[in-house]
Design a protein around this ligand. Sequence first.
Ligand SMILES: [Zn+2]
Length: 319
Amino acid sequence: MLLSEFAGNDKVTTELSESMKNDILPHTIIIEGEKGTGKQTLANMISQYCVCLSEDRKPCGICQGCMKAQKKIHPDIVVVNGENSAEVSVDSIRNIRASAYIKANEAPNKVFVLQNCNKMLAPAQNAFLKVLEEPPENVVFVMTVSSASNLLQTVRSRARIFSLYPVSSEEALLAVKRQMPEKSDEEIRQAVSESEGNIGTAMVLLNSGTDEIMQLVEQIYAAIFLSSEYQLLVLTSMLAKNRSFAVNAADLLTEIAAEAVKASLGLKVKSKAAADAAKRIPQNRLIHIQNQLQKARSVLNTNINLNFFCTWLCSALRS
Ligand SMILES: [Zn+2]
């Protein structure tokens, strides 16, 4: 991914690409922003720039350095994750300090990425400050943090701070589409609107428990044919979790229903719930369920309240 492809945040990308072009990247960079705004993506781009071997446009994306950076196997990119406060500890800072004064193995620069510095304790920050005060040559430090105010003023004052924000829905749509081309426009639009322009959150929503959804829809499909309605009501009410979850589930349910009809014609299908139903349920009933599910899917394109949708779905499938 190129800096020009980074969604929104024009102020940040313009300044960064200017300093990359003029080879004047700051020694220490703090990237702040809420979860999902692209801090790590930006840190990866900066790392790649630092190890790129190209003579002109960096990062070129194709040299040995860029390739290794993309595969996360570059020996001159050191990543420390501070998700548990213990990780960016005084000890790990000491290791960084020792390693920072040793020349890079193969790249023009060495990069240290300190992720999730939210809980970095004052002693560790003070230890880090000593390196920042006399930064070794050809070393770049990148810190990611939800808010730079979590860091000591003395650390902040030594760094260039880049602030990332959620982007417009159009920008988020394009960015998610590029990274998840297998998802439908409708699913992406839902996820982006729920995440209010936070690309990372939208992608988590879209990925959220593919297995979980699959299991649930198989259970729902089987429950349609049980004698008691109660089980189906309990299961369909779980779709009220969020809209993209419901859309995903309705798509999958429609697929299973189509498979059941196929199976009833003697064709081979993947879904176990579909194959089971085809053995026991008359074909006209399977076709009716398929039609009801297609209707349900289009109902989700309207502004229907999700709780209401779940109850409606249950009775539509029992009718
Ligand atoms: Zn390169």
